[in-house]
Design a protein around this ligand. Sequence first.
Ligand code: GLN
Length: 188
Amino acid sequence: MEKKRVGVLSLQGSFAEHMRSVFRSGGIPVRVTDSVSLDCADALIIPGGESTTLRYLLTQEGLKHSLEHRVRKGMPVYGTCAGAIVLAKSIAGEKSFMPLMNISVERNAYGAQLDSFEKDLSVKGFPKPVHAVFIRAPRIHAGVGVEVLAHAGKDVVLAREKNMLVSTFHPELTADLRIHQLFMRLMD
Ligand code: GLN
């Protein structure tokens, strides 16, 4: 079987860790920094980091339009934390950036860096829980057409709509590859 070429947006944030998880999941990680490198990828992970910076750099590098176009045409995309904010249809108190997924987000909803936390989650379809790391995570509200795959308490923390997957936690920071594998199955 051909290996999957999974792009990882490498402008800011935890891209090196995502590249490692893609590689360990049997894919070829593609470092995406502009629209030419985006063309070499069949899917894209938008890492966690700082969504204000990510939004600025995506615009600066001229990637915003090509990325939006590819996602609308069906390219699988996975937004982790800040990546989910980038894809959200609405962002509380701010203008949305790439309003592609029917979720609304509230940034830093659990407080500051020191309020970061870890939690075991039960994920739809997974026989064993996922240990999830949350770092200045947003809170997601899922709209119509969005399938919720995991909650932490009452909050949605993993969700999918068509070719788009988002999580408010960071699977690239643990050795568990199941979330990356779940994303890579969207490429089949
Ligand atoms: N708090 C960050 C933001 O709003 C997201 C944090 C993260 O990606 N871990 O952009």
